[in-house]
Design a protein around this ligand. Structure first.
Ligand SMILES: *Cc1c(COP(=O)(O)O)cnc(C)c1O
Length: 383
């Protein structure tokens, strides 16, 4: 059955991005592929097996349900770390399946020890430290309790990692804060080690920190946005270019989003198009009706603004983006036909609609735009 739109993931682009990231971190640092937010909209079930086939064997997710989806999607075993939400009843499941998880409060640590005893093997935990993000993480107040629980349950709690997360490494505005976090993290780790808490690995870096602060790589980097071929911010790309004056972007977009023309319509000069009066035809026009709207993640703020590609040419959204359809102006596209491919994101011939342009017009962060692509758009892997 023809789906009103579909997403393609490029294998060669992913291979390229992985090679680039590996060149930044070197052979001794583990690359953990961050696939929270449905693999940043790319689809866990499609993206993760593809990443595994490209050599990735370590994944980070936000929640237990994502860990379960990932585990079911992967053809081969891999290390899975839950960085955020896991409910107490699920801890036993995680321990039983060797799924690792961040711990950031005494309660969860105690529950993890209990779950491990019940299952009969140690829980592999990552002790998250508060260093200035003020989201999750043990601070000076509750770290002693954590140490006590760790000590009392040393047979059932394996310290797989000690970690933290930076508060906005993608912007120079946060430079001081991030440097301070690094310093605090190192101090706390030194103290923990001195008291006998020696982790298997230390990890702190997201994409932006990986590019900006090589000293944050430690044993493992948690890379989300860059593996998908996008920079965490224009600033980080600029920074990278200043240090590596190369003519081209070393990252390649993996995702494309496509649809087809559902119908064509002739309208005449002076007529209004779609709901309301936001677009009045300045001349006789041909419109293509595209079966994609805000229900599919094509933001309503792209009304009269967005552009798509048809027959290698740009066509502009005319009128308001509806729930399930939008109209685009194809007056200047010769031979346009029903069923012609419509590229919403990605390239067609020499033209390209970038995530950045799309994100800017819809005033969304590239992260936000991607993760809001609905689950029910079918996703396919291509070469
Ligand atoms: C999302 C996330 C990352 C990855 O961030 P990117 O900017 O996409 O690389 C790393 N660590 C944690 C804790 C995260 O939540």
């Amino acid at each position: 059955m023809f789906q009103s739109s579909y997403i393609e993931l490029s294998t060669s682009a992913l291979q390229h991005n992985i090679r680039f990231i590996e060149s930044l971190i070197g052979p001794d640092v583990t690359f953990s592929s961050v696939i929270k937010g449905n693999a940043y909209g790319h689809g866990i079930e499609q993206f993760a097996p593809l990443a595994q086939s490209c050599g990735i064997s370590h994944f980070s997710v936000f929640s237990a349900d994502e860990a379960l989806r990932l585990q079911q999607a992967l053809p081969r075993p891999a290390t899975i770390v839950i960085m955020g939400y896991i409910d107490t009843p699920e801890l036993e499941w995680a321990v039983a399946h060797d799924i690792e998880f961040f711990v950031f409060e005494p309660d969860r640590l105690a529950h993890a020890a209990r779950a491990a005893k019940k299952v009969g093997k140690p829980a592999r935990i990552h002790l998250e430290l508060e260093t200035g993000m003020n989201r999750t993480g043990f601070d000076a107040g509750n770290l002693p309790t954590a140490e006590k629980i760790l000590q009392e349950n040393s047979d059932y709690l394996t310290l797989a990692g000690i970690c933290t997360h930076y508060a906005g490494a993608e912007s120079h505005l946060n430079h001081e804060r991030v440097l301070n976090q690094q310093k605090l993290f190192r101090e706390k780790v030194t103290q923990l080690k001195a008291r006998g808490f020696v982790p298997e690995m230390l990890h702190t870096a997201c994409s932006a920190a990986m590019v900006t602060f090589p000293e944050t790589h430690m044993n493992l980097v948690r890379v989300g946005i860059m593996q998908y071929g996008l920079w965490p911010s224009p600033e980080i790309y600029e920074k990278y270019l200043r240090q590596h004056p190369e003519p081209s972007n070393p990252l390649r977009r993996i995702i494309s989003w496509k649809s087809r023309i559902m119908s064509l319509k002739q309208v005449y000069k002076g007529e209004y198009i779609g709901y309301g009066a936001s677009f009045q035809a300045p001349q006789d026009m041909v419109l293509a009706i595209v079966p994609v709207g805000y229900a599919w993640g094509y933001s309503r703020s792209l009304s009269n603004q967005g552009q798509v590609l048809i027959r290698g040419k740009r066509a502009s959204v005319a009128g308001i983006v509806n729930m399930n359809v939008m109209m685009v102006d194809v007056t200047e596209i010769p031979d346009v036909k029903k069923d012609d491919e419509v590229v919403l994101l990605g390239h067609q011939y020499d033209e390209s609609i970038t995530v950045a342009s799309f994100a800017e017009l819809s005033t969304q962060l590239n992260y936000e735009l991607l993760t809001r692509l609905p689950l029910n758009i079918p996703r396919f892997v291509v070469d």
